[in-house]
Design a binder for this molecule. Structure first.
Ligand SMILES: [Zn+2]
Length: 130
């Protein structure tokens, strides 16, 4: 049996993040096919730690890329060493994208709010046609 891996990283604000499920995800930029990764600390001065980008193909959400921003990366490199930090943060992104993020819900939200204008236009043109 292998021990539970220690995934502890730290935000420059001092908040320890023990597991990727602790991040807050912000769907404000969903229209741009982007999701913000936020620090769990509400009063964090950095707030945005990284992003996840996706694409739409055949009405499916396809993961495109995920990354943490330099302030968060360099801070962790200074705490744990750059190699260890890079490995930890890579693991965090992998778990975040594959296990934590609720893709079906994100997909539903995306299609409900950001593709409805096209549907409305069709309805409108039908009305004006009569
Ligand atoms: Zn923070």
């Amino acid at each position: 049996m292998s021990a539970i891996p220690n995934l502890k990283v730290q935000c420059p604000c001092g908040r320890i993040i023990n597991h990727p499920s602790e991040y807050k995800l912000l769907l404000l930029k969903l229209e741009m096919k982007e999701i913000d990764i936020l620090c769990p600390n509400d009063v964090c001065y950095l707030r945005e730690l990284g992003y996840v980008k996706f694409d739409i193909k055949d009405s499916k959400l396809i993961f495109k890329e995920a990354a943490f921003y330099p302030p968060f990366v360099t801070w962790n490199a200074s705490q744990f060493g750059s190699e260890k930090a890079a490995e930890l943060l890579k693991t965090h992104l992998r778990i975040l994208v594959s296990e934590v993020m609720d893709w079906p819900r994100i997909k539903e939200t995306y299609f409900r709010y950001y593709t409805s204008s096209g549907a409305r236009k069709e309805e409108g043109s039908e009305e004006s046609g009569t």
